[in-house]
Design a protein around this ligand. Structure first.
Ligand code: HCA
Ligand code: CU
Length: 388
């Protein structure tokens, strides 16, 4: 089953570096690589050594750490890039070339025949130099390429018998889950090679498309932390985890999930970003329950309104109580937490008061506690007076 055996190719150090505010220095890169290694990412992908001298030196620095996670670098389909990449000592090369009419015309100017010949030359060269290296071939802008072109290229490359994996890339974030499913399914059926999916999020489908790829038999999914990348980025690591966890927790139990908050925070800080309030798992409101009906049910059993358990990610839920939608069950729970012995009638009375006050302005916890303590004192006095 693909969901059980999939691997993450964590591309924060390649696709992520292409994000507008990402400029990672060597120390940052080492920290990101170690953190992803500790999280359990199977692969990390780094920017091509041809990008700049520092990029080349940083790959070598990360390789030297001897991490468990496998280190890949991402290169264009040409001999020069391949030679430089082989010299870095990485575990694998991710080779890419554009096949859409747009990229064939404006990026490299090659025909499909020329792409196939070049791919053969480059793949043969890499294999001849490093027989054991992990080798992937990918078409850029797969979903705006002509299907007949794609199949010609993929099948020709598969027939070389040189690559371990074929990559499918939704470079402009245009694909739908059905299109991704069909494309991946076709490649699984025709080639029996591992299949990788790389999906941009321009139209909000990056997580759904990655899931569709897995459903169709993909073995590798590209992610970045917080989803950073070109434009508005790609499938976010935390979002993919949330999606798969809710299908079956066991699909992601191989990862150190409690690290996710610190991982997202690390990249937010390095890129000078806020974690969006609605971020998967680590957004500030991801585990806040508000309306009285929700709060009551969550207090009785969190699973009524929670599909993700915050404690599995080292987080805790919060029940928001100082607003006009609050309910008396929640207020009673707060009184209990404070150790107050209030009658139900008194709790209902305080709740009414909170709702009235909150119509003007939400109350904070200290204000609610004060109202409850006041109510308890009042009840005690009344009880004493009645007992006289
Ligand atoms: C790009 C390249 C790429 C490559 C993806 C891959 C894309 O920056 O345009 O090699 O799988 O989105 O096509 O990131
Ligand atoms: Cu990309």
């Amino acid at each position: 089953m693909p969901f059980e055996n999939f691997s993450v190719i964590e591309s924060t150090l390649r696709e992520g570096e292409q994000f507008s505010t990402a400029t990672f220095d060597t120390a940052h890169k080492l920290k990101i690589a170690h953190t992803l290694n500790d999280f359990g990412a199977e692969f990390i992908e780094m920017t091509s050594p041809s990008a700049s001298p520092q990029s080349e030196a940083d790959i070598k620095a990360v390789v030297k750490e001897g991490l468990k996670t496998k280190i890949l670098t991402h290169i264009r389909c040409n001999l020069e890039d391949a030679k430089r990449a082989l010299d870095t000592g990485v575990d694998g090369l991710d080779v890419v070339i554009g096949t859409s009419p747009q990229l064939m015309q404006h990026s490299h100017g090659k025909s499909i025949r020329q792409i196939i010949d070049l791919a053969a030359e480059v793949m043969n060269f890499i294999r001849s130099q490093k027989p054991d290296i992990i080798l992937r071939f990918s078409t850029e802008d797969t979903f705006r390429s002509r299907e007949v072109d794609l199949l010609r290229v993929y099948l020709a490359v598969a027939e070389l018998g040189m690559v371990n994996r074929l990559g499918v890339a939704d470079t402009v974030g245009v694909a739908t889950p059905t299109q991704v499913y069909n494309m991946v399914h076709q490649l699984v059926r025709l080639t029996h090679l591992d299949i990788e999916f790389h999906g941009h999020n321009d139209s909000g489908c990056a997580i759904a498309n990655a899931t569709a790829a897995l459903e169709a038999g993909a073995t590798h999914i590209d992610t970045t932390i917080l989803g950073i990348g070109e434009r508005n980025g790609i499938t976010p690591l935390g979002g993919l985890v949330a999606r798969l966890y809710t299908l079956n927790r066991s699909y992601v139990s191989k990862y150190n999930l409690k690290m996710l908050p610190q991982i997202d925070k690390m990249i937010a800080e390095m890129c000078d970003l806020d974690i969006p309030f609605n971020n998967y798992i680590t957004g500030s409101s991801a585990f806040i329950h508000k309306a009285g009906i929700h709060a009551k049910a969550v207090l009785a059993d969190p699973s009524t309104y929670e599909i993700l358990r915050p404690e599995d990610f080292g987080l805790s839920r919060e029940i928001s109580i100082g607003h006009r939608l609050t309910g008396w069950n929640t207020i009673r729970d707060r009184a209990k937490t404070l150790g107050l012995g209030l009658s139900d009638d008194a709790v209902r009375e305080v709740t009414k008061n909170i709702k009235k006050l909150a119509d003007t302005k939400p109350l904070n916890l200290a204000e609610i506690d004060a109202l409850l303590q006041e109510a308890e004192a009042k009840e005690l006095v009344e009880a004493m007076e009645a007992g006289k």
